[in-house]
Ligand binder design. Structure first.
Ligand code: 13P
Ligand code: SF4
Length: 353
């Protein structure tokens, strides 16, 4: 029984004025790559990258013993790695999560201006009173939120374990306040039947995938499977053969019998997906149906701010250190650690089965 009457009005999101940096000539990319490799060693640093960042950064993370992962695995990897500096190529909430979990480590980001529309769409000064007004509910927030919002939450969760966590809370008889992504919230509600009150925000990238245009593309390619991230609108998810986090979609691309795949998530993922499923034909799901506009065009404008040159600069100078107020961090750690513990428990259970 998803409640809509109480849904707060959405926050208007401004996309960044600075778009992706211009592509560099090959020789310059190679030079910067070598410089970054040297600096990572010298600074006892490890590169933790999300699947949506530039391919060059993903490749460097792989080649230097770092990781390219979904947001849950980024948090786990940074937490377990012995390096004293974590360099997080992604968006702000990912750097903050690394800092929340690793206060003793230095956390750097190529840019501190890489936001996320879900984080921006759920400001703490509006969210906290909303939670207070619904104090009978367990507050479950998606990892794509600020440290202040996590500090008010009972649970943090990522898309890879969200359904399982809500199923678990439902068995305990809990009512849920879910934030910020309404599409993911709706999807989980439909899957679990839990009593969920939803915050009203969306991902600017996934929100633009269009159900009608996708249906038309499916008709043109009846032999293709559709795989979609659950931040996509319901009309898109209804057409999907597999719905999952970025890592789960890569796994699906590998395992599905179909050779052709229509992919409804940020196109940055194609690099790792193609590596995991070399024989497959990957097609981007349509973002602009008839009469629709396409602002982000299947690529996150904030993820695109991470580049070779700002990564090299930050390693050189130590600038762009992520800082989280200690009192906020300690509170945010509670719900974030619960997420990691819950993820571990379901992993152990699935290995035991
Ligand atoms: P994942 O946890 O699936 O990597 O998603 C993070 C994200 O920002 C998707 O838009
Ligand atoms: Fe946020 Fe969407 Fe960008 Fe992911 S793709 S970081 S959810 S704006």
């Amino acid at each position: 029984m998803t409640q809509r009457l109480d849904m707060p009005a959405p926050v208007i999101i401004k996309l960044p004025a600075t778009m992706a940096p211009l592509p560099l000539p090959d020789a310059e990319r190679a030079r910067l790559g070598e410089r970054i490799k040297r600096l990572l060693k010298e600074r006892d640093a490890v590169l933790v990258a999300h699947y949506y960042v530039d391919e060059d950064l993903q490749r460097l993370a792989e080649e230097t013993g770092g990781c390219v992962a979904d947001s849950l695995e980024m948090a786990r990897f940074g937490n377990a790695h012995p390096a004293r500096t974590l360099v997080v190529a992604g968006v702000r909430f990912m750097g903050e999560t690394a800092k929340i979990l690793n206060p003793e480590k230095r956390v750097l980001m190529p840019t501190l201006e890489a936001e996320c529309s879900l984080d921006l769409g759920c400001p703490a000064d509006r969210f906290i009173p909303f939670c207070d007004a619904h104090s009978d509910r367990q507050v479950v927030v998606y990892s794509n939120t600020s440290a202040e919002v996590k500090a008010r939450a009972d649970w943090v969760v990522t898309s890879s374990i969200a359904v399982k966590l809500i199923e678990y809370l439902k068995t305990r008889g809990e009512k849920i306040l879910w934030a910020p992504d309404k599409h993911l919230g709706n999807y989980i509600q439909r899957k679990t039947g839990a009593d969920m009150l939803l915050w009203n925000a969306a991902c600017v990238v996934h929100d633009e995938f269009k159900g009608q245009a996708l249906a038309a593309l499916k008709r043109q390619h009846p032999d293709a499977a559709v795989i979609a991230h659950p931040e996509s609108p319901t009309a898109v998810l209804e057409l999907a053969d597999v719905i999952g986090s970025t890592s789960q979609l890569i796994q699906a691309a590998k395992n599905l019998p179909q050779r052709k795949l229509i992919v409804a998530t940020d196109r940055g993922i194609f690099y790792k997906m193609q590596q995991a499923a070399p024989g497959k034909i990957l097609m981007a799901a349509p973002t602009a149906g008839e009469g629709a506009s396409c602002e982000s065009c299947a690529h996150c404008p904030w993820m695109a701010m991470n580049a070779l040159d700002n990564l090299a600069q930050v390693l050189e100078s130590g600038a762009n250190e992520v800082r989280v107020d200690e009192a906020v961090r300690v509170k945010a750690l509670r719900a974030t650690q619960r997420m990691l513990d819950f993820a571990r428990s379901i992993q152990q259970k699935s290995h035991g089965d």
